[in-house]
Design a protein around this ligand. Structure first.
Ligand SMILES: C[S@@+](CC[C@H](N)C(=O)[O-])C[C@H]1O[C@@H](n2cnc3c(N)ncnc32)[C@H](O)[C@@H]1O
Length: 476
């Protein structure tokens, strides 16, 4: 480590910023927000620096600094981009024992100005030791995106509970686990969602509970989206990195599983038609058992957990056992496939509504009223229908839906292996049979399908012939 990372208390101390351009304005801003008395020097300041005139703790000097100005100063920033001023600043800083930093002049830097993520009172400073400041800035942008804005307030909210928690829970590991559960579990979640009263109530409940209650785990029902790992939500990712045990099903691809916490236990409860790894009842019982052992149990589901995901069924039983639950939505397959296949689900000229249906229920193919569903002004999205696409098209035509109604099947939507087969009710069965799609696949019915390839969405320009060639080349 080339530099010592420390956070300096500059409240009420003299800080000099030499310069009147943007880089000076950023230094002034940061020093003022940390409570310093900022002396800024520049004969002709720009608008950004002038905007500080009149602010508390901001002292402006319409000239270049002189050596004597540095007496009694703690930190001096050179931000004028003028060599002679930088020389003077550094020499004067050395004379008076001031910590100096001249922008882009490593030899004139006693310290580095890091990239900072602020979630007051939480502050994260990032530096590459001067090697590549752009890397630090990019990293900062990522951390910014990962940390909900209210994280700092969460730290401030929990701070008053420290003594009570220390008195209540003995032992470092138990206490650490308790804190992690507070922050990553339903209490942190309630607070970050803006429900401070609920968060307070839950902390009090936790602190009032006996040790057995304190050891109780939680269940997080999280939607993992349609397959592309980049379509996970930040919240899903955060929970994936904190769960103790993860129960996932077959729609969750390896790219997503790679993002789980390394030492989290993984259990595949995946179901494939007729090939149940665990029954629904066994899965629910396992979730309850693991939560009762005090674990943070992540139930990871494809798409959105409450859309044809049986999320509701699982939670009913879990909630009946008094186990705290959190549900995190995911991008459902219809939204993901629509975007990645270039088929808008609604469009003012084509469809004023979109309806999601499942092809089959517990007892096989559902007898849908296709004339009501596949109307001229509506898009129908059929989940779990790949095996029945020919039967569905035939039933719709038999009920009077026009045979030239556009229809598409999106296979493995949003994934690199995505394939789209488009046609009409009359020919889709044959086309899909020839393509030998593997699934998961979604059926889209409606005139919006005719917009496919016209919206400039990447990946949709594949002509059907090309798709068929791909199929042939894959030997399918
Ligand atoms: C049990 S349902 C789960 C739906 C999920 N909860 C959701 O919100 O997307 C499974 C069905 O979702 C659809 N599906 C899920 N992921 C898909 C994908 N990447 N591409 C196409 N269809 C998908 C298929 O119709 C599949 O049979």
């Amino acid at each position: 480590m080339d530099y010592l990372p420390i956070f300096l208390d500059v409240r009420g101390k003299k800080v000099i910023v030499d310069g009147g351009i943007t880089v000076a304005a950023r230094r002034i801003e940061r020093a003022l927000s940390a409570g310093a008395i900022v002396h800024c020097f520049d004969p002709e300041p720009g608008d950004e620096v002038s905007a500080f005139l009149g602010q508390d703790n901001f002292v402006f000097h319409a000239r270049v600094p002189q050596e004597a100005d540095f007496e009694g100063c703690l930190v001096a920033w050179g931000a004028s981009e003028e060599g002679p001023r930088d020389d003077l600043l550094f020499a004067a800083a050395k004379k008076y024992g001031v910590l100096a930093n001249v922008a882009d002049e490593k030899a004139y830097c006693d310290f580095i100005t890091p990239s900072v993520v602020e979630r007051d009172p939480l502050t994260i400073a990032i530096t590459t030791g001067g090697a590549a400041p752009v890397v630090a800035r990019i990293l900062r942008a990522r951390v910014e995106a990962m940390l909900p804005a209210a994280y700092g307030q969460l730290a401030a909210f929990l701070s008053p509970y420290r003594d009570r928690i220390a008195a209540k829970i003995k032992g470092g590991t138990a206490r650490r686990r308790f804190w992690e559960n507070l922050i990553e579990g339903s209490i942190g979640d309630a607070f970050l969602s803006g429900d401070r009263a609920l968060a307070e109530h839950l902390v009090e409940q936790e602190l009032a509970g006996d040790d057995k209650v304190l050891r109780q785990g939680e269940v997080w029902l999280v939607g993992a989206g349609p397959g592309d790992p980049d379509l996970l939500t930040f919240k899903a990712l955060r929970m994936m990195q904190h769960a103790d045990v993860v129960l996932y099903d077959r729609l969750i691809g390896p790219g997503i599983l790679d993002l789980l916490r390394r030492d989290a236990e993984r259990i595949n409860v995946g179901k494939q038609a007729g090939n149940h790894v665990l029954t629904q009842e066994e899965t629910t019982a396992l979730i309850i058992k693991l939560a009762r052992e005090g674990k943070r149990v992540l139930r990871l589901k494809g798409g959105d957990p409450f859309i044809f995901g049986r999320g509701g069924e699982e939670l009913e039983d879990v909630a009946a056992h008094g186990i705290p639950v959190i549900v995190v939505p995911g991008i459902t397959a219809a939204a993901g496939c629509g975007s990645s296949a270039g088929i808008p689900l609604t469009h003012r000229d084509h469809a004023q509504s979109a309806v999601f249906v499942t092809a089959h229920g517990k007892d096989g193919l559902l007898p849908h009223d296709w004339t009501r569903l596949a109307r001229a002004d509506q898009t129908v999205i059929v989940y779990m229908g790949l095996r029945f696409v020919g039967e569905i098209a035939a039933a719709a035509m038999a009920q009077g839906v026009p045979a030239d109604m556009p229809i598409a099947v999106v296979d493995n939507g949003t994934r690199t292996s995505q394939r789209v087969i488009a046609g009409t009710l009359a020919d889709i069965g044959e086309k899909v049979a020839a393509a030998k799609l593997k699934g998961p696949a979604l059926i889209m019915i409606g005139t919006v399908v005719s917009l496919r390839g016209k919206l400039g969405v990447e990946g949709v320009a594949l002509s059907e012939t090309h798709e068929m060639e791909l199929v042939a080349r894959d030997g399918l």
